[in-house]
Design a protein around this ligand. Structure first.
Ligand code: ARG
Ligand code: ZN
Length: 849
């Protein structure tokens, strides 16, 4: 029976667990519908814990037997676990439970994917495997025995015994239950080896289903590069004899850093030139690095409680972005990250789901694996590094690993390390962790008698539950340029601590042009009244590549807003400035491709809303179309030359150089298609030797309405490959005319290959619709109704993925009364569904307000 309203958990209520766990021994007897899990857990009273009844988490378990020190006991079972009278001193707890992995569609705990057993325990999935104190501050040493007919039986740590129908694993490093993992199935290994800096040999494997073994080589190289990088940059060495990665088709998220046994969504590890785009390769490299880096930031040092999630995630995202910057292009990575930050985190921070990087309460922790915790969390690390400098950052990190290895820590611990290493007071900096919302940083300037002054003021709008915001420390990187383009002040970090603050620069012969917030030194919205002439100047001359790109972006945004609000024509100054960048062969092609990109529909909607207007999704889409057409016409002579110049003759490599060249050529192709009706795109499609070329051409053909033949051909060519067919689903929706996007989506949900049980396929379809604002926000409300229909169907099967997709509605208050009414009706319809999951109920409750 469903019961009382779900509980809200508060950070302020944290209390240590009653016991310490000295060791855990688990035996799994695998069977799809009746897996037996036998546990033997050695408990000892925790001297530092307040008095409390003995409690173990457990959900959906059938208890077969329980004993303490060998004597049978009868625990009291509750909704969420069990209680039991236990001895005052140490004791051995044993239970046997039965679970049914084949029926587990939530993909949390032990479940089956394509006939293989796998687990996902973070955040609170271990309680669906056996009774246990399923909280990250309870760390223990695990030994695991797996009994099953599957040829490959994997768990955490090092292998200790193996025979017909069984395997035993021992993990010497204490860990919380969320890092437990088990995999069993008919899998093939792509093997590798790594020698650590101290000379230990580590066996590496990427385990895949038969048929995928030709898609592992890139991931293996990325893994080795990550291992080397963490030694060289952070001094962190791997600590087991073996490191296994497993690719799983049905997975709610990207990947999981289980100790010594990382489990990946197959889309985040499998790669081949024929089936993966350059963007896929870059993302796979970053995720492999991310999960590997967790071995130190997350596993060796973990979180005390789930409110501290950003302790491991913010830091690890920051580390993986440093890695990508080092192995690819730092400016390109920064621009890509900021595009994503604005698209996902700013959107979240400026709507009903806004929450602090360290939240203070939650109902379902899975709802807090957010852009705010991850990406804004990483921005906070970057700001800290900017404030203390590289050398002190390195010293603080050394101290962090030295002081906290083997512990479950808090943000207080993290900041204290920086305070101790640098002598700085980070009391004010801590507000970044506690206050939600994106600060607006407005700036004016003046010049007199050789003195140039910048006046800044910061203000953060209220967010749910937080009306008042205190001023934060903001590192503002600035540079000054002369009108002739020379830099008169190289990048300097201003440390703003007040609500309003001014900074002056003396001895200047002429009024300089400021380049503010270089490299996006803080996650804020910069507001500055400036001229398009100045933006064009910065786009042409700024020495900071990020701000160069940013100037072009601001120019584009401004022009688009005038097109939308005033019916203005595309801005010729913008087209000229852009063409100058596009044809400048001294600039990195990847940078030029990014500069030729335009603000997203969602970005423009938020900008209009911030300006006090009600965004019209159709008008936004139309303005973007008009501008792209104008760009194509304006650059009609340049485009064929660019396209030809950046064709690659050499063998395919997914590195930064080739990726940049293909990005620029494909950007040119997209514009060219608007002039030649897709003729060049068809030629590229027909001759494409890799997925980057094929998919880009297919997208162009769909966009200009010539995609029908390619749609059939693409499907026939790739129907055996799930990950490629995901692309086929999503691209048809992404490139559909907005008026048809809902119908296209609905038709695809009726395709025999559509299944809501696979999160990748569900996201490729419904997620593609919600990512196309003009299509999703069709005035009839058909997009809202279609999404709601599917969320209602998916929720009983997979609450996590359902809840995550609810964020499609988070911007609803931006829109007109008609759309708001239609959305609200759908929110209410979903909310009134009987037995709605806690995950979805919490999300919709917060969105609806
Ligand atoms: N720790 C994983 C990562 O960042 C994410 C796992 C989250 N999974 C979940 N069901 N909440 O790589
Ligand atoms: Zn992570």
């Amino acid at each position: 029976m469903k019961d009382a309203a779900p509980q809200t958990i508060h950070l302020a209520d944290y209390a240590a667990y009653s016991h310490l766990v000295d060791s855990v021994h688990l035996t799994f007897r695998l069977s799809p519908d009746a897996t037996r899990v036998i546990s033997r857990i050695v408990f000892r009273p925790n001297p530092d814990a307040p008095a409390q009844p003995f409690f173990l988490h457990g959900e959906g378990l059938r208890l077969i037997s329980a004993s303490i020190d060998g004597a049978p006991v009868t625990p009291t079972l509750t909704e969420t676990g069990l209680t039991c009278d236990v001895p005052d001193g140490p004791f051995v707890w044993e239970t046997e439970v039965e679970i049914a992995p084949a029926g587990n569609t939530a993909l949390e705990g032990l479940y089956m994917s394509n006939g293989m057993y796998c687990t996902q325990c973070e955040a609170e999935g271990f309680r669906k495997i056996t009774y246990y104190p399923d909280r990250p501050d309870v760390m223990s040493i695990f030994t695991v025995r797996i009994e099953g007919a599957e040829p490959v039986l994997l768990s955490n740590g090092n292998p200790v015994a193996q025979g017909a129908g069984f395997a035993e694993w021992h993990d010497p490093w204490p860990k919380p239950a969320y890092l437990f993992a088990l995999v069993a199935g008919e899998l093939l290994a792509h093997p590798g080896e790594f020698t650590t800096q101290s000379g230990r040999k580590v066996t590496l494997n990427i385990w895949v289903r038969p048929g995928d073994e030709d898609k592992c080589a890139f991931g293996m190289e990325a893994l080795k590069a990550s291992m080397r990088w963490d030694e060289q940059v952070y001094g962190r060495e791997y600590d087991l004899d073996i490191f296994n990665i497993v690719a799983v088709d049905d997975f709610n998220m990207g990947a999981m850093e289980n100790k010594g046994l990382n489990i990946f969504n197959s889309s985040c590890v499998l790669a081949s030139p024929e089936t993966s785009t350059d963007a896929n390769f870059e993302r796979i490299e970053a995720i492999i690095a991310h999960e590997y880096f967790h071995n130190w930031t997350g596993n060796r040092i973990t979180c005390r409680d789930w409110f501290q999630l950003c302790l491991k995630e913010g830091l690890t995202v920051y580390r993986d972005s440093q890695f990508t910057s080092d192995v690819r292009s730092a400016p390109v990575k920064r621009i890509e990250d900021v595009i994503q930050l604005r698209a996902r985190q700013f959107r979240e921070d400026n709507g009903p789901l806004a929450h602090p990087v360290r939240p203070e309460s939650f109902v379902e922790i899975n709802n807090f694996y957010t852009a705010t915790v991850y990406e804004k969390g990483a921005e906070l690390i970057g700001m800290l590094k900017t404030l203390v400098g590289d050398a002190d950052y390195a010293r603080a990190l050394d101290l962090y690993f030295e002081r906290h290895d083997g512990q479950a820590c808090t943000i207080e611990d993290w900041l204290k390390v920086f305070e101790d290493a640098t002598g700085r007071d980070l009391g004010q900096f801590k507000r970044w962790y506690a206050q939600a919302g994106t600060p607006r940083l407005s700036v004016t300037d003046e010049f007199a008698d050789g003195r140039y002054t910048l006046h800044f003021s910061q203000q953060t709008p209220p967010t749910p539950g937080q009306d008042q915001k205190d001023p934060r420390v903001i590192p503002i990187a600035v540079g000054l340029l002369n009108p002739n383009g020379d830099e008169v002040l190289p990048t300097t970090v201003l440390e703003m601590t007040q609500a309003s603050q001014s900074f002056s620069f003396d001895g200047l012969a002429t009024r300089p042009i400021p380049s503010i917030l270089r490299n996006f030194s803080a996650p804020v919205i910069l507001e500055r009244a400036t001229s398009n002439a100045e933006r064009a100047f910065l786009l042409a001359h700024d020495t900071d590549p990020f701000n160069r790109w940013e100037a072009g972006r601001a120019l584009a945004r401004d022009g688009l807003i005038r097109m939308i609000l005033e019916g203005a024509a595309p801005d010729t100054a913008f087209l000229e400035a852009l063409q100058a960048v596009a044809r400048d062969d001294s600039l990195d092609p990847a940078f030029r491709a990014l500069a030729m990109g335009l603000p997203s529909q969602d970005d423009l909607a938020q900008t209009l809303f911030d300006m006090g207007h009600t965004p019209d999704p159709q008008a936004i889409w139309q303005a973007l179309e008009t501008l792209k057409q104008a760009m194509a016409q304006h650059m009609q002579d340049l485009l064929p030359r660019l396209y030809a110049q950046y064709q690659i003759e050499e063998a395919y490599r997914p590195d930064a150089t080739q990726t940049g060249a293909r990005a620029l050529a494909n950007t040119a192709l997209a514009l060219l298609s608007r002039l030649d009706g897709g003729a060049q795109a068809q030629r590229q499609y027909d001759s494409a030797g890799n997925m980057t070329q094929q998919l880009a051409a297919y997208g162009c053909l769909l966009t200009v309405g010539k995609g029908t033949a390619a749609t059939t051909a693409f499907y026939e060519q790739w129907k055996h490959d799930r990950l490629v067919i995901d692309k086929w689903f999503s691209l048809q929706i992404a490139c559909a005319d907005p008026a048809e996007a809902v119908d296209v989506t609905r038709a695809l949900t009726k395709h025999p290959d559509f299944t809501m049980k696979n999160p990748n396929r569900f996201r490729a379809t419904l997620g593609a619709l919600t990512a196309s604002p003009a299509g999703f926000h069709q005035a009839t409300g058909a997009g809202y109704a279609l999404l709601a229909d599917w969320l209602i169907r998916l929720d009983p099967l997979n609450p996590q993925t359902t809840a995550r997709m609810c964020s499609a509605f988070e911007t609803w208050r931006r829109y007109d009364a008609g759309r708001q009414g239609l959305i609200k009706a759908q929110l209410d319809r979903i909310l009134s569904t009987p037995n709605l999951s806690r995950d979805t109920a919490e999300m919709l409750g917060r969105i609806r307000g």
